[in-house]
Design a protein around this ligand. Structure first.
Ligand code: HGY
Ligand code: MN
Ligand code: MN
Length: 400
């Protein structure tokens, strides 16, 4: 236990070490294949190779370490290495480091299956408004229009977009396991270290562009077609709608204004919209209402509005054949077994239709995430490590 706690401290130290690779000094910001991802790859590669893995970076920028096993069957363990702007050090990163640490814990012992640890290049959707680019490449789900948009970033990083097809899984995957911080207060309120995820809520994301007329700030109020004022009215309506519907989460987290000056009426206001609900039909209906509401407000104000959908992912269930052993592993590690639904999206929701998937959440102190104050407790990381090792042992016995 003492030894595992010191390993947990090392895991946390590694997450902090990767946080040093950032686009903005003083903050943790690392978007899809931006220059600091090179430093992350160099460091992760070193840890993976030291643990006995063969490492490659695929054309989507995912770093992948394979630990050989006695057969070609393969267990995938992964999460993402990109971040939101001004992030914490653990969202995504913790899952990659825990995967490497579990392989290290084998001390060279071979299992009846291989383990591939994947650090996905893009999950947050910051750079292109489209999330899950890394995991979508791994399941071969990138459409031609998206490939065209992301290709320059791939080439700038020194990778070859023409090789994207080689990012696809090339082996029988027996499962995908993702460790992730909870990003909410549930485990803290229950005083639980970890939870087994049973489902991940669906998400829709849109870009909404209001277009009016840019003009001088001296223009009389009634002669204006102000794109930003229209967007502001709509944002308030989005919040009202979400407050009125049980379980609905709607977020306008970003807005860009053109031309963007104090003495110029905004000609364009481009906003993001993220809609989530555990029930796909309710999410779809809510998204429709919110887009309709933008049309109504725009028409009344004499501006136009256009929307582009960047994401529409249904809720997914984790695979019972992996959830049950994960629950048993948590119990054997001496922790209460709690099941929960994830409101946040994860690479596991992309892998799940192709590969049996399971997730283990680690308590987020204060429920804080997507924020520099995001953290984890060493005792909780120890619990995740114990459960992970026990999970591997059960899979080893099953596949022996
Ligand atoms: O936005 C999400 O749900 C995740 O944090 N990427
Ligand atoms: Mn995130
Ligand atoms: Mn994440």
């Amino acid at each position: 236990m003492e030894r595992l706690l010191s390993v947990a401290h090392e895991v946390i130290g590694r997450c902090h070490a990767l946080a040093e690779f950032t686009e903005e000094p003083g903050h943790i910001t690392r978007t899809f294949l931006s220059p600091p991802m090179r430093g992350v790859h160099a460091q992760v590669r070193q840890w993976m190779e030291a643990a006995g893995m063969s490492v490659r970076v695929d054309a989507a920028g995912n770093i992948r370490g394979v630990y050989a096993g006695q057969t070609s069957a393969r267990l995938l363990i992964g999460s993402h290495l990109d971040t939101v702007p001004h992030a914490g050090a653990f969202d995504g990163i913790l899952g990659v480091i825990l995967g490497i640490t579990l392989v290290e814990s084998l001390g060279g012992r071979r299992l009846p299956f291989q383990i591939e640890v994947i650090g996905f290049s893009e999950e947050e959707g910051v750079k292109f408004g489209v999330p899950f680019i890394g995991s979508r490449a791994v399941i071969g789900d990138l459409d031609p229009a998206l490939i065209e948009r992301i290709s320059p970033a791939i080439a700038d990083f020194g990778l070859d977009p023409a090789q994207l097809a080689e990012a696809r899984l090339d082996s029988d995957a027996l499962g995908y396991l993702e460790f992730h911080i909870e990003q909410g207060p549930v485990l803290e309120n229950l005083d639980c270290a970890v939870a087994v995820v049973e489902a991940i809520a669906g998400q829709s994301r849109f870009e909404i562009a209001f277009r009016g007329d840019a003009n001088h700030a001296a223009t009389p109020m009634l002669s204006r077609r102000d794109a930003l004022a229209a967007a502001a009215e709509w944002i308030s309506a989005v919040e009202r709608e979400a407050l009125a519907a049980e379980g609905l989460l709607a977020t306008v987290g970003s807005i860009e204004v053109e031309p963007g000056a104090a003495n110029v009426i905004a000609g364009v206001a481009r906003a993001s919209l993220d809609v989530r609900h555990g029930d796909d039909a309710i999410r779809a209906a809510a998204a429709g209402r919110l887009l309709g509401c933008a049309q109504t407000i725009a028409a009344r104000r004499g501006v136009t509005v256009a929307s582009k959908r960047h994401l529409d992912r249904p809720a997914v269930r984790m695979d019972a054949a992996l959830v049950s052993p994960l629950e048993r592993a948590v119990a054997r590690a001496g922790h209460p077994v709690h099941r929960m639904t994830s409101g946040a999206g994860h690479d596991a929701m992309i892998l799940a239709p192709i590969v049996p998937a399971a997730m283990l959440f680690v308590r987020s102190p204060g429920g804080v995430s997507h924020h520099p104050a995001e953290t984890v407790l060493p005792e909780d990381v120890t619990a995740a490590l114990q459960a992970g090792m026990s999970f591997l042992e059960e899979l080893e016995a099953r596949h022996a």
